[in-house]
Design a protein around this ligand. Structure first.
Ligand code: NAP
Length: 299
């Protein structure tokens, strides 16, 4: 008998992850704050619950993928939260990106009820969630990870045990530092090419395959050239993650000058009301400084 899975949060990431769990044959109970978003998965065979508590009552392994630290606290520890329905021996797997400190607090509260927790944030974006190719960075007990691994295999391709509780989130924040600095590097390169009069599509074709090649250049740059800024991963969530990085780096007395700069530049996007666009919208700030757009000519 496969383990019974619960899934809380059916946003850009959660919904396709749920579809992949169903495709892999796991019995699935779902809950989403906006109830209408449960309809599609229920039509595919999931059971829709009335609360996170009911999800936990029906499940052996309960996955959360909601927005931020207070949201995970609410669905796990709040009134009608997972903790009130989870049986001893069940596992909570938080796949959101949240604070390492809050993760440790939630894990301790669950442990007091003999419920294990894994922090298992993901990378790979909406595309990775749809295709079941996410990278999953896991913090928590290694034996618990082995129990959950078949579930992770339905959603991801690379599953790495980083260390104890919260180390998955530490890894994810390191990932976000690299993501935003890659986005900034891409933005400056494409805007430079446009300002200097080059065909940006040709420049992209050439540099993608060389030492400058990156996930950002392969996946985001073609969308920039088409002026398609639909998310993917929203600016607001990117800023949420950088805020977590800045908090953690303050605690560590650690200077991250490039990350801090990018965080500041992205505040302009929020001021312009663009926080629901994709995170590579960062290029609009660099374009504004240059007075030029990095449009594709031959794309
Ligand atoms: P999203 O589309 O905005 O979805 C957020 C989900 O969280 C929705 O289901 C929302 O419910 C729910 N939610 C938020 N606050 C809640 C609360 N207080 N109580 C109950 N439910 C709440 O976001 P997403 O892109 O799926 O991201 C989810 C998580 O994955 C975030 O931590 C994000 O940083 C991380 N992540 C995202 C990506 C990406 O590319 N999108 C990649 C890696 C990691 P409603 O439907 O009611 O609003």
């Amino acid at each position: 008998m496969p383990e019974k899975i619960g899934l809380i949060g059916l946003g850009i990431m959660g919904k396709p992850m749920g579809k992949n769990l169903l495709k892999a044959g796991f019995p699935l109970t779902v809950w989403n704050r906006t109830h209408a978003r449960m309809d599609e998965l229920c039509a595919l065979g999931a059971h829709g619950a009335a609360s996170p508590q009911e999800v936990a009552e029906n499940s052996d392994i309960i996955i959360t993928i909601v927005s931020d630290s207070p949201d995970v606290q609410e669905v796990v520890l709040g009134a009608n939260g997972v903790i009130h329905g989870a049986r001893a021996g069940s596992v909570v797997v938080d796949m959101s990106t949240i604070s390492p400190q809050v993760t440790r607090e939630i894990a301790a509260a669950l442990q007091a009820k003999n419920v294990a927790m894994l922090d298992a944030p993901v990378s790979g974006g909406e595309k990775g969630a749809v295709e079941g190719t996410l990278s999953i960075m896991v913090g928590g007990d290694a034996a618990v990870l082995e129990r959950v691994r078949p579930v992770f295999n339905a959603m991801g391709k690379r599953i790495v045990h980083i260390g104890g509780n919260s180390m998955g989130q530490v890894c994810k924040l390191a990932n976000q530092i690299a993501v935003v600095l890659n986005n900034l590097a891409m933005a400056e390169a494409l805007v430079f090419a446009a300002k200097a009069g080059a065909d940006v599509s040709k420049v992209l074709e050439a540099i993608q395959a060389g030492a400058a090649g990156s996930w950002a250049l392969n996946n985001y740059a073609p969308k920039i050239l088409r002026r398609d800024f639909s998310p993917g991963f929203m600016v607001s969530l990117q800023q949420k993650d950088l805020n977590l990085v800045m908090q953690a780096s303050r605690d560590l007395n650690l200077s991250l000058p490039g990350t801090a700069l990018t965080y500041e530049l992205q505040k302009s996007l929020q001021a312009w009301g663009l926080e629901r666009e994709g995170n590579y919208t960062l290029i609009k700030v660099i374009e504004q400084l240059a007075g030029v757009e990095a449009k594709g000519q031959t794309a």
